[in-house]
Design a protein around this ligand. Sequence first.
Ligand code: FAD
Length: 416
Amino acid sequence: MSSPRPTASTVAVIGGGPAGLMAAEQLAVHGVRVDLYDAMPSVGRKFLLAGKGGMNLTHSEPSEAFVARYGKRADRLAPMLQAFDAGALRKWAHELGIETFVGSSGRVFPTDMKAAPLLRAWLKRLRDNGVHFHMRHRWLGWDESMQLRFATPDGEVHVAPDATVLALGGGSWARLGSDGTWLPLLAAHGVATAALQPANCGFDADWSEHFRTRFAGEPLKGVTASCIDTDGTLRSRHGEFVITEGGIEGSLIYALSSFLRDCIAADGSATLTLDLAPGKSAERVREEVTHPRGARSLSSHLQSRVGIAGVKAGLLREALNKEAFADMELLAQAIKALPIRLTAPRPIDEAISSAGGVCFEALDNDLMLNAMPGVFCAGEMLDWEAPTGGYLLTACFASGRQAGLGALRHLQSAAG
Ligand SMILES: Cc1cc2nc3c(=O)[nH]c(=O)nc-3n(C[C@H](O)[C@H](O)[C@H](O)COP(=O)(O)OP(=O)(O)OC[C@H]3O[C@@H](n4cnc5c(N)ncnc54)[C@H](O)[C@@H]3O)c2cc1C
C-alpha cells in the first residue's frame, strides 16, 4: 500500500482475536494510530485455546480445494484467501520466528504445536508498531452522535475514531469473550445478519441407558459416515468420532456437522449412516458374516470375520432389535449402513465455531458495511463457516487483513 500515510488518523479495532490483531497490524505498519479494544482482560483467548489441542494454523491442500471448503461463501472469501493463502500465512508466522510443518493429513502446525509463543511474538511486534491495547473495554454500540460506547471498570467511555474494524468473533465458547451480543447492535443499524448457529459441533442421539453407561467416551476409529444434505447430495467422510453421554462428537462428525445441522433444522432430525467396515465391500462383509460360525459366539465370530468388536458391536446392538441382530443378512447390511438418528446439534457454546453473523450482502469488497461507511467487519463474526483443518483461522487472518487494508484505503480516500 502506498502513501499518503494517514498518520493523523485513528482506527478503533474492537476484538483482539486473530482477525482483529491482523487488521490492527495492517493499519499500524502503515502509520495509522490503532486503538485495540477487547472486553476481556487479555487478547487472543480463543486462539490460545485452539493451541491446546495442537494449533492447526492452516492447510496445505491446493488453492481450489482449499477455497471450496467454505461452501456457499467460497466465492466471497476466495479473493481474500488468495491474497493471504496458506503459503503467505506460513511466511508471516516465520517472520514472527515461528516455524511450521505440514502434518501427514496436510494440516499445517507450528513446530511446537502451540499458540502461545506465536501470540507472544505477535503482540510484541504490534506494540512495537504502536498499537495501543485497551483491555476490559466492552463495546456497547454507538451513542446518538455515532461515537463508540465502551463499558470499562472506570465507567462508560465514548470514542470517535476515523474508522472502526469490528472483529468480535462468533458465538461459541462465550467465556473466552466472543458471545455474539454484537449481533442485535448491528441489526439495529440496518445491517443484514443471520442468526448464529453451532458449527463443527456434536449432536444429540437417543442412546439407551445401557449404551450410554457402557460406551460414553469410547472412540470409533476407521469408520465412514454419510448423510444426505438438504439439497439431496450424499455427503461422506472417513475418520473417527467419540460416543458421548448424549450423542456423538469428534472430527468426523464436525466435518459433516453443517449438513446434519441443516437437516435437523429442516426435518426435525437427521440420519447419519455409518459404514463400520469401510475397508470391505458389502458383498465381502455379507460373505464373512453369513459364514457358518459353528460353536463360536456371535461376538467372536464378528470380531474374527469382520473386525467388529467393542463399541462398534455395541452400536450395532443399540441400533438393531434382537431379531435383526440374529439375522446374519440384516446384520451384514447394518455393518455397512447403520443408521443413527440425531435429534439436535449440541448448544452453540460447546461448538468449535459458529455459522451465521454479518451477511456478505451487507459488505463491500473491503468488508465495509454498506449501511455504515467507515465500519469494517472481519473474522468469525462474518456469515461463513468451514470445517476444522486450519480453515477457520486462515479465513479469520485473511478477512482481518482485508478489513485492515480496507480501512486504510478508506482513510486514504477521505484524506484525498
Ligand atoms: C476448542 C477450539 C479449538 C479450535 N482450534 C482451531 C484450530 O486448531 N484451527 C483453526 O483454524 N481454528 C480453530 N478454532 C477456531 C478459531 O479459534 C476461531 O475461529 C478464531 O479464534 C476466531 O477468530 P476471531 O478473531 O474472528 O474471533 P475470536 O478469536 O473469538 O476473538 C474475538 C474477540 O472479540 C472480543 N469481543 C467480543 N465481543 C466484544 C465486545 N462486545 N466488546 C469488546 N470485545 C469483544 C472477544 O473478547 C475476543 O477477544 C478453535 C476453536 C475452539 C473453540
